[in-house]
Ligand binder design. Structure first.
Ligand SMILES: Nc1nc2c(ncn2[C@@H]2O[C@H](COP(=O)(O)OP(=O)(O)OP(=O)(O)O)[C@@H](O)[C@H]2O)c(=O)[nH]1
Ligand SMILES: [Mg+2]
Length: 461
């Protein structure tokens, strides 16, 4: 990304395609001049007051051809999204018109905006801090009410305020330690060691609570990934269809029907569950089926929850179920695993060869047990998280990493003080903690991280 803000950038801010309107956004010192070069209307942008809208046309200055009738909005610096002069041209939606207007603006000297560059400029001009800028992308991408709420809260600056308070507390402790250093040569112990340790413990706990809120935050933002796993014909695709309430996956009595993994989501209690229907697991020599089974392994690897399906109308021998055992061995500590015994509508005597604990009996035919399954999914997946412990929920892995590093540094400073070692060592750790916390709100964030964050935005945002 180009970190320069002396030039003027332009991009289409609305999705490309047919729609009611398209918005072309221009930001930078030449925004008004560039807009005026193509706009014929009641007033020129450069003579208009901020936050005013004008009706007119976009005319190609060379061919004099009228491209579209539009509305032109003027935002004068610093009272705009980026903090610079901004013009927004609302044209009719469509593939051609907005592209054509954008090309005219390029001819007038506008540079195509990089992804997220408007928001980057807002950040660099102090309109938003980094956590707030990230929240802008989160709002755009939020698919559920909870995800939306968390991102709006972050955009409002709640997380930033908490992080700033934590930094403030650490700075206060640093000053205490520094005072002590100044006076210690004269043999005066200014601060009581226990007071400093207590203060550090308090900050450490707040940082840890905030970091722990990510367990819930990750679910809010990314949903819960569930892999439907089992032998061919167990009813995995049937279950996916029942959960989606549509015939999404092919179901057949032929073992080995599903080859590719199929991913679809549903909302349960406002939480997104992303289900992955997979190829049935068995020994096979069919190359396509083997590729499917490879994909099953990848889906399992990426899942938070594994639903192990068994056909309850069959009696399975323990050998038959070896791969179920292997999966349980491998993932028992890292993922939630639920046992489902399907086809409860067929009355056969099911032998429980693995001594399966607490299975859920379901029928994809009669839908028996499906509500119980949904309930268990919610219970097992949602963390038993004390939402009162942290007053805000973080939803970014980057924030969690920074908080964890900050917590380690604070802990290390605390141990140094407890061990009666010099306050100067502790001060170095506390500077580290200040930097890590600063990375969350963009005070001390390295350029490559900034680059990475903004390059994941859409163009025009
Ligand atoms: N009676 C009864 N039949 C079921 C039930 N669930 C699935 N079936 C039948 O079992 C067969 C296999 O179902 P699928 O959903 O294709 O099984 P799968 O696990 O996706 O199989 P593969 O894709 O081959 O791995 C089909 O004939 C389904 O109609 C059920 O609850 N009751
Ligand atoms: Mg299938």
């Amino acid at each position: 990304m180009v970190y320069q803000s002396h030039d003027t950038i332009a991009a289409i801010a609305t999705p490309i395609g047919v729609g009611g309107i398209s918005v072309i956004r221009i930001s930078g010192p030449a925004a008004f001049n560039m807009a005026d070069a193509v706009f014929r209307g009641s007033a020129a942008a450069k003579d208009s007051v901020s936050h005013s809208i004008h009706y007119g046309s976009v005319v190609d200055p060379v061919s004099r051809e009228t491209i579209d009738t539009i509305l032109l909005s003027v935002f004068r610096n610093p009272n705009s999204y980026t903090g610079e002069d901004i013009v927004e041209l609302s044209s009719h939606g469509g593939y051609y018109v907005s592209q054509k207007i954008l090309l005219l603006l390029y001819h007038m000297g506008a540079r195509p905006a990089e992804p997220g560059e408007f928001t980057l400029r807002a950040f660099l001009n102090g309109k938003l801090d980094l956590a707030q800028a990230e929240a802008v992308a989160d709002i755009i991408h939020s698919k559920t009410e909870r995800a939306h709420k968390a991102s709006v809260e972050q955009l409002s600056g709640k997380l930033s305020a908490i992080v700033k308070d934590l930094r403030e507390e650490i700075l206060n402790i640093c000053s205490l330690l520094e005072l002590e250093l100044d006076f210690s040569q004269e043999g005066i112990a200014l601060t009581d060691k226990n007071t400093v340790v207590e203060k550090l413990l308090r900050v450490e706990k707040s940082v840890n609570n905030l970091s722990a809120s990510y367990r819930e935050g990750k679910i809010i933002k990314e949903g819960i990934r569930v892999a439907l796993v089992g032998k061919p014909n167990a009813g995995k695709s049937s279950l996916l269809n029942v959960l989606l309430m549509e015939e999404r996956a092919i179901v057949s009595e032929i073992a080995g029907t599903t080859r590719d993994t199929i991913e679809e989501s549903i909302l349960l209690d406002g939480v997104e569950f992303v289900f992955n229907d997979t190829a049935g697991l068995r020994e096979s020599i069919d190359t396509l089926e083997l590729e499917g089974i490879k994909r099953t392994s990848r889906a399992i690897e990426g899942a938070d929850v594994i639903l192990l399906l068994l056909d309850g109308s069959l009696n399975h021998s323990p050998e038959d179920l070896n791969f179920y055992n292997d999966l349980i061995e491998k993932y028992r500590n890292s993922k939630s695993i639920l046992w489902l015994i399907n086809k409860s509508d067929i009355k056969t005597k099911f032998v429980n060869p693995l001594g399966i604990d607490n299975p859920i009996w379901i029928s994809c035919k009669t839908h028996e047990g499906i509500n119980a399954l949904k309930k268990r999914l919610l219970e097992t997946s949602l963390p038993h998280y004390d939402s009162a412990a942290a007053s805000v929920t973080i939803t970014s892995g980057r924030h969690r990493d920074a908080l964890e590093k900050a917590s380690l540094s604070i802990g290390s400073a605390r141990k140094t003080i407890e061990g009666g070692l010099g306050g100067d060592f502790a001060a170095v750790d506390l500077r580290g903690a200040l930097n890590y916390l600063g990375e969350i709100i963009g005070i001390t964030t390295p350029d490559d991280i900034l680059n990475n964050i903004f390059s994941n935005f859409c163009i025009g945002k």
